[in-house]
Design a protein around this ligand. Structure first.
Ligand code: IPE
Ligand code: IPE
Ligand code: MG
Length: 237
């Protein structure tokens, strides 16, 4: 079965560190290492798109110290990972409400996106300040600006709905691929936490109790094998 778009909710960093009697930040640091490992593995597996949930629009609710640490960790990641992306032919793209991030982060994001724009292997979407409701609302606003609703109203009802759906899909942050084939969440929680709500309409869902810092290519390989055995019907028979 074709796996074009894999998405992962990387959860459990804090609990992993707490269980070791360490500060939550220790878990985030370890988590960043797993990001590198999993990204390289996916590039090697010829997966086309890998979307990783790194910071949600709701994560600003965390204590200031933790948020600041995560932003610093992101800066560090963007400053140190370029070589890995180039060596593995990976294109880096950030999805989410980028304007809500610091100017410094925005600059680093642009630099890494520009530097990897011509890579032709895996595309990694890193979800930063990402929330699906925010993404859909931004998409609707841009449709409004472009007069899409006026156009839609001049069509027959069914056509107008299809027209709006197509236009939403074409303006989502993930527009070049749209649907998620497989969604994995680590850390044991069984919820989507405002991640890719539209794109996961027909995604196969896998939840694992493994905390993100303990997740690895072996477990991912097992999930990919189980995914291949799923019968995807998309409402048909
Ligand atoms: C996921 O791990 C990373 C981010 C949300 C940034 P958590 O920080 O949510 O770790 P837990 O779920 O509290 O263990
Ligand atoms: C989801 O994890 C967000 C990311 C992995 C970036 P959270 O830890 O924020 O989710 P909740 O709060 O448990 O739903
Ligand atoms: Mg969590």
């Amino acid at each position: 079965m074709i796996l074009q778009h894999l998405a992962i909710i990387m959860d459990g960093n804090g609990r992993w560190a707490s269980a070791k009697g360490k500060n939550r930040t220790f878990g985030h640091r370890q988590g960043a290492k797993v990001v590198r490992e999993i990204t390289q593995y996916c590039a090697g597996q010829h997966i086309k798109y890998l979307t990783l949930y790194a910071f949600s629009t709701e994560n600003w609710l965390r204590p200031k110290q933790e948020v600041e640490f995560l932003m610093k960790l992101l800066e560090h990641y963007l400053q140190s990972e370029l070589e890995v992306y180039q060596r593995n032919n990976i294109r880096f793209v950030v999805i989410g409400d980028i304007e809500g991030l610091s100017k410094k982060l925005q600059k680093l994001i642009r630099a890494m996106q520009d530097a990897t724009a011509h890579n032709t292997g895996l595309t990694q979407f890193l979800a930063l300040n990402y929330g699906a409701k925010n993404e859909i609302a931004r998409s609707v606003l841009s449709l409004y600006d472009r007069g899409v609703f006026e156009q839609a109203k001049s069509l027959k009802r069914e056509q107008s709905i299809d027209y709006v759906i197509k236009n939403i899909e074409n303006t989502l942050d993930t527009r070049e691929v749209s649907a998620v084939d497989l969604l994995i969440r680590t850390g044991g929680e069984m919820r989507l936490s405002n991640f890719l709500l539209w794109q996961c309409a027909y995604a196969e869902l896998f939840f694992t109790p493994t905390l993100w810092p303990d997740f690895g290519t072996k477990e991912l390989e097992g999930i990919l094998q189980r995914f291949a055995q799923r019968n995807r019907r998309f409402g048909g028979l």
